[in-house]
Design a protein around this ligand. Structure first.
Ligand SMILES: O=C(O)[C@@H](CO)OP(=O)(O)O
Length: 248
């Protein structure tokens, strides 16, 4: 009999820079009070739907880690093992990190803004190592050495994330575990692109809301049975529309 495992994906709750409409990338900003509420609500939804994770994966950024902790607390699953990796980090936004989205759109025009934000293979300009928002001296990335990103496009995120999917997450799913991945708008877009086989062009249209869990049934061949189901579809639609409109 064919069996499926459950993969629950969750973008972190609203961060302080989401609220300020600033490009964030690898800058380690905290959640807002609203973001903390979204995270707890996400955990309540998991509990209501009996989607109880056996293991949680997060990036190395506090907005994802705090979201995972608050969601797991609300779902009464704080005790499960956690694995964290830079490979689940948000896309490095290069020289745009810390800049206001509306201002960048105004200064550089709609086309450039959309290319930097949503094109598949054009990264923004690099962030200098001596910049206040650089991760150059951040000890959590010391092992990366000179491979530390200074900017990334979505394609770069797919390249660093897919090996982690196969090496770490897939073995848990193959054992029938329910896996929760708490990450970021663009690292989750990269994973969804891989899972659903979305084209380089069409992925530009996908915007993920903060704090609303979505679930895939993963088959033995490690492919989903279909598209994902959001646990709160109304909140997800409103949240995705808000992300799409950022910078306007
Ligand atoms: O700023 C960022 O790091 C991301 C996610 O918040 O923004 P965008 O949705 O514009 O890619």
């Amino acid at each position: 009999m064919a069996t499926t495992s459950k993969l629950v994906l969750l973008r972190h709750g609203q961060s302080t820079w989401n609220e300020l409409n600033q490009f964030t990338g690898w800058v380690d900003v905290p959640l807002t009070d609203q973001g903390r509420k979204e995270a707890a609500r996400a955990g309540e939804l998991l509990k209501q739907e009996n989607l109880l994770p056996d293991v949680v994966y997060t990036s190395l950024l506090r907005r994802a880690i705090t979201t995972a902790n608050l969601a797991l607390e609300a779902a009464d699953r704080q005790w499960i093992p956690a694995q964290r990796s830079w490979r689940l980090n948000e896309r490095h936004y290069g020289a745009l990190q810390g800049k206001n989205k509306a201002q960048i759109r105004e200064e550089h025009g709609d086309e450039k803004f959309m290319i930097w934000r949503r094109s598949y293979d054009t990264p923004p300009p690099m962030l200098p190592d001596d910049h206040e928002y650089s991760q150059y001296r951040d000890e959590r990335y010391a092992l990366l050495g000179e491979d530390l990103p200074r900017t990334e496009c979505l394609k770069d995120v797919v390249t660093r994330l897919v090996p982690y999917w196969y090496d770490n997450i897939v073995p848990d799913l193959a054992q029938g575990k329910t896996v929760l991945v708490v990450a970021h708008g663009n690292s989750l877009r990269a994973l969804v692109k891989h899972l659903e086989g979305i084209s380089d062009e069409d992925i530009a249209e996908l915007n993920l809301p903060t704090g609303v869990p979505f679930v895939y049934e993963i088959q033995d061949n490690m492919r989903p049975t279909g598209t994902a189901r959001f646990l709160d579809p109304d909140a997800a639609a409103a949240g995705a529309a808000a992300v799409a409109a950022q910078g306007k």
